[in-house]
Design a protein around this ligand. Structure first.
Ligand SMILES: Nc1ncnc2c1ncn2[C@@H]1O[C@H](COP(=O)(O)OP(=O)(O)OP(=O)(O)O)[C@@H](O)[C@H]1O
Ligand SMILES: [Mg+2]
Ligand SMILES: [Zn+2]
Length: 562
């Protein structure tokens, strides 16, 4: 018997033999079982993943004389003829070589005739996207209302080239690339059946090269066997297929992650000496870093198409590097890919890129920084603190003022020193670092009482500022500041001053409490308050502010408003 290539020998003959397309085979089987057949189907997807095979199984299953619904017997005349490609009722037409209108007219003529010995006349048109536009148009009418005894199955690798008028008249099935693990196990089955000795790593290399196509995988296996004979070594495979050794990929990624530029240069030397394509190596390196990153972000198995042993190594490497660093390295690799494409000296570009990648890993990653911060925080929280200190006080630890206070207390040898030592002035200066707005209001007010339990303040007589703490949130905030500063829950009482003396008279008394405002004292008081409230800045002097009594005028106006 003449030698038959593996791809032909292993063409699936039953729906259940088709690997990785269960979503399609199941639907087609059900359609046959329930007798709900469409008159036209379109199978699309990349090369060698089962479109033609499924079309033939489907045709056989529809016309089979013996088998159960959806399962061709593969022994009846109809089945054997279809398998042999000699069936009169099932015609396979190559769209690429029969693309004109004449061929389609011929086809239209032939569909008028009833099937010779089966239930249906079935037309399988491969590479249907190759038909000319007039040919498609000639097909439209037929597709719309074909005779009941006719079924069409179109197959294409480029469904986007098929006119939508055709697409919308078909039931469409999108074939998927076959997952690596399924290709590996299918190849293993073939190798066992053929008596070929080949390890899983070797099969994985072949499968990976096939990029989801079963025909390609089988053809590569054919090629390898014809070189090595019955016993296939991994090295033979990488040599024959010109594939970069997995070891080199791991060696180079580990060297980059460890920042070992010298080892990277050795890898480049090796690649060069082995005669590997540098661009191919670069592509593989990007893939390697992509896998490293994905293994951390989304470790679901299907996202990384690699063998189990490689996966473990990838995860181990990735964990030592961390997400942040891998991100950075992969982004850099992507950004330099263009350089490699247009260079006359790819080796040089590869070397400089690898050296740069080594130094890119040197910085402290964001993750590391975060870890350091967290441990610092924990250390601070665990360090001995004053029992009197409340949680909120501890939380405010990083604040400069608070730390200063603490230091002061510690220096006196009295942690949590009595609030009696603290004056209203001290509080105001503390407040000025907390809330400029509250500070600018309170510095105008007067303290009536400050004891261990109570703080009594009298509001100023400015209409807008006297109501400032009427707002509950602001008042609560003030109480909080007091608690933070005096380390006590003070009762804060605000007494509204309706008859406050004029500012000028109040001045001497105020001086006792008031800290000198840092602001421009030449400004009218109200303007200064607004400035403080909004933490603003004078951008431009107002020309109105020329008269001697301008500030008085403003105050008068306010009085009038009250
Ligand atoms: N899903 C699959 N399961 C098992 N074997 C498959 C599968 N897909 C492809 N093969 C193998 O590849 C060979 C070619 O498959 P098939 O002709 O069905 O591919 P295709 O999708 O029609 O490709 P093309 O687009 O190149 O026409 C089959 O004979 C079979 O050996
Ligand atoms: Mg095909
Ligand atoms: Zn049959």
């Amino acid at each position: 018997m003449t030698y038959q290539v593996l791809a032909r020998k292993w063409r699936p003959q039953l729906f259940q033999d088709v690997i990785g397309q269960e979503h399609i085979t199941q639907t087609l089987m059900n359609a046959i079982k329930t007798d709900r057949l469409a008159h036209a189907y379109l199978f699309s997807g990349s090369r060698g993943i089962g479109k033609t095979s499924v079309a033939r199984i489907f045709a056989k299953a529809i016309n089979c004389e013996k088998g159960e619904p959806g399962i061709p017997c593969n022994i009846c005349t109809s089945c054997t003829e279809i398998t042999a490609g000699s069936s009169v009722d099932v015609q396979e037409i190559d769209g690429a070589s029969n693309r004109g209108i004449d061929e389609i007219r011929e086809l239209r003529e032939s569909i008028k005739y009833m099937p010779s010995s089966s239930r249906y006349r079935i037309y399988i048109i491969d590479e249907v996207h190759m038909l000319t536009l007039p040919a498609f148009n000639a097909l439209l009418k037929t597709l719309e209302e074909p005779p009941a005894h006719v079924k069409f199955i179109f197959a294409t690798t480029e469904s986007h080239k098929v006119p939508t008028t055709i697409l919308s008249r078909c039931q469409r099935f999108e074939f998927k690339r076959i997952p690596l693990s399924q290709i590996i196990s299918h190849l293993r089955k073939i190798a066992e059946d053929e008596g070929i000795e080949i390890g899983t790593p070797g099969l994985a290399i072949i499968a990976r090269e096939a990029e989801g196509g079963m025909r390609d995988a089988e053809s590569l296996l054919d090629q390898v066997i014809s070189f090595s004979g019955q016993k296939v070594e991994e090295k033979d495979i990488t040599d024959i297929l010109g594939i970069i050794d997995r070891d080199i990929m791991f060696e180079s990624s580990a060297a980059i992650l460890e920042g070992a530029a010298d080892r990277c240069l050795e890898v480049v030397e090796k690649i060069y000496n082995y005669g590997y394509d540098i661009k191919e190596f670069y592509r593989a390196l990007m893939e390697q870093f992509r896998n490293l990153l994905i293994s951390l972000i989304a470790p679901q198995k299907h996202l990384i198409d690699i063998s189990e042993s490689d996966r473990e190594e990838i995860i181990r490497l990735a964990k030592t590097a961390g997400e942040e660093k891998l991100h950075l390295l992969l982004n850099f690799l992507i950004s330099r890919e263009e350089d490699l494409r247009f260079t006359s000296n790819p080796r040089l570009i590869l070397e400089t890129t690898m050296i740069k990648l080594c130094s890119l890993g040197d910085f402290l990653s964001f993750d590391d920084l975060l870890k350091k911060l967290t441990s610092l925080e924990k250390r601070l929280a665990c360090s001995p603190v004053d029992d009197k200190q409340t949680n909120s006080e501890r939380l405010s630890e990083p604040d400069a003022v608070w730390s200063q206070e603490n230091r002061k207390s510690e220096a006196k040898g009295k942690p949590g020193h009595d609030q009696e030592d603290k004056t209203w002035d001290d509080f105001l200066s503390f407040l000025s670092t907390k809330s400029k707005a509250a500070y600018s209001i309170l510095k105008e007010w007067q303290v009536l009482k400050l004891t261990g339990e109570t703080l009594e303040i009298e509001s100023g007589n400015q209409s807008f500022s006297s109501k400032y703490f009427d707002d509950k949130e602001r008042y609560d905030q003030l109480v909080n500041y007091c608690r933070e500063f005096f380390r006590k829950d003070l009762k804060v009482k605000i007494i509204v001053n309706h008859h406050a003396p004029a500012r000028a008279q109040k001045e001497p008394k105020e001086k006792v409490f008031r800290r000198e405002a840092p602001e421009d004292s030449k400004l009218p008081q109200t303007a200064q308050e607004i400035l403080n409230l909004f933490e603003g800045q004078i951008m431009k002097e107002n020309p109105i502010r020329t008269g001697k009594n301008s500030s008085k005028n403003i105050e008068k106006k306010e009085e009038g408003n009250r």
